[in-house]
Design a protein around this ligand. Structure first.
Ligand code: CP
Ligand code: NVA
Length: 311
């Protein structure tokens, strides 16, 4: 039996799959859920989430799984390698999965895979990280920034490191859509893809985003300094080249000093201490990294309620 014969399903593959108004609503709901989690303990009673992973994960897996439990539903963990996604066509396997569950979350190497899943699935598909985007991380990031910087629309976020990074891409999108200034500070060969900047121009959102290779200029006045790994999952073959090019862009006390402010420090984790970020910053009083990790769960609860029409 088709569990969802009539409802028009929504997916969350990239941040702009939600409008500014919808993102606002999801973030506000996340705050309400975080404040009174027990009030939502039956909100997804009887609902099932399938979580499919081509890559490893700590936060994404656990935050989604616990989120479903705390909302009264269930989550199923599927390691790609032990499913017949490795034998059958992706479409047939997703169409089958969608007959058992109400929502699917997938972590994939190629963004095209999660797009193909969304086309084949009759239930909502959530991108739990692809090579191009990490939209769930971006929801948690903005939730965290709004908690720490109440005047968020006057705040400046600086992402320092790999401008081609999936986390950076989704952070740019959510900042632009919510009107938060973001500066991407990266070597020019690791700048955000031209296509991404063109899409922001087209959507008249580019005025919120600056890209520079000049660290001092890029981080000046920043209220939040953010970084991610220099070598993402799937890029291990480029490791030496990336580490060499990105080395000058390590987040450390010297960069903090260039802001002229007392910035918060963010990292989506997992962190490579003393590579993209100094160990002392991860543990410093200005680090909000573990609040950010916790907020994955609160933000995703709100997202699940939104996509399942229970918001
Ligand atoms: N930030 C994040 O997605 O962490 P995991 O890779 O552990 O899921
Ligand atoms: N950019 C990193 C994020 C991990 C959460 C990666 O893709 O490996």
């Amino acid at each position: 039996m088709d569990r969802h014969p009539t409802t028009r399903k929504r997916d969350f593959l990239v941040v702009p799959d939600l409008t500014t108004k919808e993102l606002r609503a999801v973030l506000d709901l996340a705050k309400a859920i975080k404040k009174a989690p027990r009030a939502y303990s039956k909100a997804l009673e009887g609902k099932e989430l399938a979580m499919l992973f081509q890559k490893t994960s700590t936060r994404t897996r656990v935050s989604f799984e616990v989120a479903m439990h705390q909302l009264g539903g269930q989550a199923l963990f599927l390691d790609w390698r032990t499913t017949n996604f490795t034998l059958g066509g992706l479409e047939d396997e997703v169409r089958s999965l969608a007959r058992y569950v109400d929502v699917i979350m997938a972590r994939v190497f190629k963004h095209a895979d999660v797009e193909a899943m969304a086309r084949a699935s009759r239930v909502p598909v959530i991108n739990g990280l692809s090579d191009a985007a990490h939209p769930c991380q971006a929801l948690a990031d903005l939730l965290t920034i709004e908690e720490k910087c109440p005047a968020t629309r006057e705040a400046k976020v600086a992402f320092v490191g790999d401008g081609t990074d999936n986390v950076c891409s989704s952070l740019i999108d959510i900042c632009a859509l919510l009107g938060v200034a973001i500066s991407v500070v990266c070597p020019s060969r690791y700048s955000p893809p031209a296509g991404k900047m063109a899409a922001l121009e087209k959507a008249k959102l580019a005025n919120h985003v600056t890209v520079t290779s000049d660290i001092g200029a890029g981080v000046k006045g920043a209220d939040v300094l953010y970084t991610d790994t220099f070598v993402s999952m799937g890029q291990e073959g480029e490791s030496d080249k990336r580490l060499e090019a990105l080395k000058p862009y390590q987040l450390n006390e010297a960069v903090v000093g260039m802001t002229g402010k007392e910035p918060f420090i963010m990292h989506c984790l997992p962190a490579h201490r003393d590579v993209e970020i100094s160990s002392e910053l991860v543990d410093s009083a200005r680090s909000i990294i573990f609040d950010q990790a916790e907020n994955r769960m609160h933000a995703q609860k709100a997202l699940l309620l939104f996509l399942l029409g229970e918001a």
